[in-house]
Design a protein. Structure first.
Length: 162
């Protein structure tokens, strides 16, 4: 019991400092969260990897867009990249009924800096589904589950949780 209390009290300050997740704007395809103070880019990347794997997502690609822009002589400050994520079990629930939804695959999470603040953002699968005519209930449920899980992953990554 002593160990449990010690663990609880050691985590308590972090829980107090963690800001709540921003509300979802139903009119926007983008969900954006600021990274918590003191959490580095490397912390975010490691946390994304661990959290995604824990939710049965794979990350098949990373696009370091900012680096490519710098190579072309463009003035880019800070990080600017896109990482892809896929949960084929959930994606298949949509693709089987609506193969055209493949244009939105795989899911993407952006990592970037604005005015010295590191951010994470994602494209919302439930919003993308609005562009499919008469989506099935199965597809709606899967898109919402994808979105909810990606937001959970973002929440962990923005705090550098492992």
């Amino acid at each position: 019991m002593f160990k449990s209390l010690l663990l609880m009290f050691s985590l308590y300050p972090a829980l107090l400092l963690a800001a709540p997740m921003p509300a979802i704007d139903a009119d926007s395809p983008i969900y954006e969260v600021p990274v918590a103070a003191g959490v580095s880019y490397d912390d975010v990347v490691t946390s994304l990897k661990v959290a995604a794997e824990g939710e049965n997502f794979v990350s098949p690609a990373n696009f370091p867009i900012g680096e490519h822009m710098r190579q072309r002589g463009l003035p880019v400050d800070g990080v600017m990249e896109v990482r892809t994520y896929c949960n084929l079990g959930l994606g298949a629930e949509i693709f089987l009924d609506h193969p055209e939804f493949l244009v939105f695959a795989p899911c993407r999470i952006a990592i970037y800096e604005k005015k010295g603040q590191l951010y994470l953002a994602m494209d919302r699968p439930s919003f993308d589904l609005k562009y499919i005519k008469n989506p099935s209930e199965r597809a709606k449920k899967a898109a919402q589950q994808l979105e909810d899980t990606l937001i959970l992953i973002l929440g962990k990554a923005r705090n550098g949780e492992l």
